[in-house]
Design a protein around this ligand. Structure first.
Ligand code: ME8
Length: 646
């Protein structure tokens, strides 16, 4: 068995390196956000973290795309580096290193790898005759029994393959079949989720053929050492990025390499599992290097149940999402909505729903209500009480339970479950806060009021820390509202778990944490389409809303106002709150007779106004239909007169 390095207080995470034939799309963003979440989560434990991402720049696919664009391959790949780095920066992706496979140190290290393998006899020269899928950069074997000149389709993407017949260097993959099977057996959690391991094991059991690792019919690749006719096969080049980036092949970086390797987790989509679970471990075995601890294999983001890809023309542009919703809400949507272990369909409706319901209503409003109420009652410094009530202790127990469950989900890389668990707790905090009615306690029970503020602040503090890996900027803003900062020294989770809730908070009114997105007018899909933004009023907070007193009343009497072609004079019954005269400009839409007996919604705390010599003490709410007609707003079912809207 290949020995695993002893445990070190470090965490090394990687994303796939992306083919640079286009700007990043939502799929590449998804893998990269997952890696960023993993990196930041480990930083919370004060681990040393190395987060690697980058670009895969060689091979036939890129050479063809460059030719199509009328550029040299180098010019072509260079043009995508800024868009990638810029996008990652704007999505708060805090990578340690961005590797390009055209980097000199990488090219030299790959050549060194080939030389070592040649010396060992793991690489030999022969002839390859078969099929090749350029979009997937993969050799495809024809099905048993099919005629030798019938092009098979690629088992991964379904496209028709091309005939390849050339001299090549082979890697002796077949020699690693048994070792690989033994490794999978001894490391059942190598591939996450486990379901994905079966297909890999079955494939290897089916027999491994030696792998062609050089091409003579293309020139855009790393020159094969000692044989100028050949360039290195793009996957043999690309997979090695995971070791070359941290110094393998450079004498001066030996210690650095030994510190970081093996990778703790490689994150990748299910389309490239075979390369990572079979070829890559075999390459490492050939070097006598330890194998990565885990592969986190996530599903595909689909649009209308079809894989999102350039060729289907259904690519979602992360740039548009960023402009519409901001980086952190999109990160949250991706991590929460897409189950790591299965495919997930993208929809704007779901993005809006997640932001409105989870972020703005459940989390943002809770923070805002708590801080606004506290400051309104001049409570800025919130000290923890000496004794907690039973309800607060119950909430604190739920907080401990949440932390325990969350840690397990995060450890298993089931991030969508981790977020669902945090939201269960946020709902409990909301129920606690509203159940305690602190706005009533503020008037007569100051100690109880402060206790509710303190328990809520302790809960929100923990929520902000554990959600920081997913929404770093927003959670730093939340912490600032509590008078706190993110600390990355020591084990933050342990601190939360051991907290007896004895912190003091210094509350600050910040900007609204999450803004509800306006209704979608038209779904933007690709980068070519322009973004349609609706003009919206500035947002208000809940306190602004409660300033407006909205009551349901029944119109008991109605008559036309003489000489006015707009106004009706209404007498409205508000139950125990009495009758009121309200004038309304609905005469073009309703006759006086039509409105009598209707229940409707009124603003009742507007300043009284004189219209045509008559006093109006309120305003009837109406919606205007497309043809300009006023439509009275009526409760869906009758309610007692004087019912307040909330
Ligand atoms: O395969 N849903 O690069 P690539 C989810 N260069 N993830 C998606 C996705 C989708 N619809 N589309 C792409 C390559 N991805 C090689 C990798 S690594 C040594 C070399 C993500 O640009 C997902 O992680 O085609 C997938 O595996 C990766 O992008 C493929 O990126």
């Amino acid at each position: 068995m290949v020995p695993l390095m002893e445990h070190k207080n470090k965490f090394y995470v990687t994303t796939p390196i992306y083919y640079v034939t286009a700007k990043p799309h939502l799929g590449s963003l998804y893998s990269t956000v997952l890696a960023d979440v993993a990196a930041r989560w480990n930083k919370l434990f004060s681990k040393k973290v190395f987060f690697l991402t980058g670009t895969d720049e060689h091979g036939q696919k890129i050479a063809e795309a460059a030719a199509h664009a009328g550029k040299s391959p180098q010019e072509f790949v260079d043009s995508f580096i800024h868009p990638y780095k810029d996008m990652w920066h704007r999505y708060h992706i805090d990578y340690t290193k961005f590797i390009r496979t055209t980097d000199e140190y990488h090219k030299k290290a790959v050549q060194q790898w080939i030389e070592i393998l040649m010396k060992k006899g793991d690489v030999y020269k022969s002839f390859y005759e078969g099929w090749y899928c350029t979009p997937d950069e993969t050799f495809v074997t024809a099905k048993e029994g099919s005629s030798s000149d019938e092009a098979p389709s690629c088992p991964s993407c379904g496209r028709i393959t091309q005939r390849v017949s050339e001299e090549t260097y082979f890697f002796r993959l077949s020699a690693y079949q048994d070792k690989l099977l033994k490794f999978y057996e001894e490391h059942p959690d190598f591939i996450i989720p486990k379901e994905r391991a079966h297909e890999v094991v079955n494939f290897v059991r089916g027999g491994l053929k030696d792998l062609s690792i050089s091409r003579t019919t293309i020139t855009w690749g790393i020159p094969f050492p000692g044989d100028a006719k050949h360039v290195t096969y793009v996957w043999a080049d690309a997979l090695n990025n995971y070791i070359t980036a941290i110094g393998w092949g450079q004498q001066a970086k030996k210690d650095e390499f030994n510190f970081w390797w093996p990778a703790d987790v490689h994150i990748l989509g299910k389309d490239i599992v075979r390369f990572h679970a079979i070829y890559w471990p075999a390459f490492l075995m050939a070097l006598d290097l330890p194998l990565p601890k885990h592969l986190l294999v996530h599903g595909w983001i689909t649009v209308d149940q079809k894989k999102m890809s350039k060729s289907f023309g259904n690519v979602v542009d992360p740039e548009i999402l960023l402009e519409k919703y901001g980086a952190d809400p999109v990160r949250y949507y991706l991590v929460r909505q897409m189950a790591v272990n299965s495919d997930g369909d993208f929809s704007y409706h779901d993005v809006q729903e997640r932001i409105t319901s989870d972020l703005a209503n459940d989390l943002g409003n809770l923070l805002n209500r708590m801080v606004t109420l506290a400051l309104k009652h001049e409570q800025k410094q919130i000290l923890a009480p000496k004794h907690w009530s039973a309800e607060s202790i119950h909430l604190r127990d739920e907080y401990y339970n949440m932390l325990e469950d969350l840690k397990k989900h995060m450890h298993d890389y089931m991030y969508h479950l981790a977020l669902a668990r945090v939201w269960k707790f946020i709902h409990q905090v909301n129920a606690y806060f509203h159940g305690k009615e602190p706005w009533k306690l503020a008037k007569h029970e100051l100690a109880d009021f402060i206790e509710v503020l303190s328990a809520t602040a302790h809960s929100l503090y923990a929520v902000a820390i554990v959600l920081w890996p997913v929404m770093p900027t927003k959670m730093e803003q939340l912490l600032a509202s509590l008078g706190k900062k993110i600390a990355l020294e020591g084990d933050q989770l342990q601190k939360l778990e051991e907290s007896p809730w004895d912190m003091t908070f210094s509350l600050q009114q910040g900007e609204t944490l999450f803004i509800k997105p306006p209704e979608i007018v038209q779904e933007p899909m690709t980068s070519q389409e322009t973004i349609e933004t609706k003009s919206t009023s500035p947002t208000i907070n809940i306190d602004d809303l409660t300033k407006v007193e909205l009551l349901v009343g029944t119109i008991e009497q109605a008559q036309e106002v003489p000489k006015s072609n707009k106004l009706l004079q209404l007498q409205v019954n508000f139950g125990s709150l009495g009758m009121r005269q309200i004038l309304s400009g609905i005469k073009q839409s309703y006759s006086a007779q039509e409105v009598i007996g209707k229940q409707a919604v009124f603003v009742v705390n507007l300043e009284p106004r004189l219209m045509m010599g008559l006093e109006s003490r309120g305003m009837l709410l109406v919606a205007e239909s497309e043809d300009g007609q006023a439509k009275i707003i009526t409760p869906a079912a009758p309610v007692p007169n004087g019912t307040r809207l909330k």
